[in-house]
Design a protein around this ligand. Structure first.
Ligand SMILES: [Zn+2]
Length: 95
């Protein structure tokens, strides 16, 4: 998994993969940080599960938008720029 992704987001991706494997033991989740700084989840699963898996991945991406990438605390995305950083105040103070 991508080293640039914070621990809390990696946990979200792992949880998604675990859920997908209830239906497809070979399901894979590829987690990356999108160009805008948000969690992007690519899912690989059997064709019959693909649309459901994609919808579930989307719901996890939405959760990541309000979850501190490092510690998992709930946060609001701040900043109007094209690139955002989803960190709580504690983690952003720590650098
Ligand atoms: Zn944090």
């Amino acid at each position: 998994m991508d080293q640039q992704i914070g621990a809390a987001w990696q946990a979200l991706a792992a949880e998604l993969e675990h859920r997908l494997r209830e239906d497809d033991p070979d399901a894979r989740v590829q987690a990356t940080v999108s160009v805008s700084g948000l969690l992007a989840l690519d899912v690989r699963t059997i064709a019959s599960r693909r649309s459901a898996a994609r919808a579930l991945a989307h719901s996890y991406e939405q959760r990541a938008r309000v979850t501190c990438e490092r510690c998992g605390e709930p946060v609001m995305v701040v900043g109007a720029g094209p690139v955002v950083t989803v960190l709580c105040s504690g983690c952003s103070d720590a650098g």
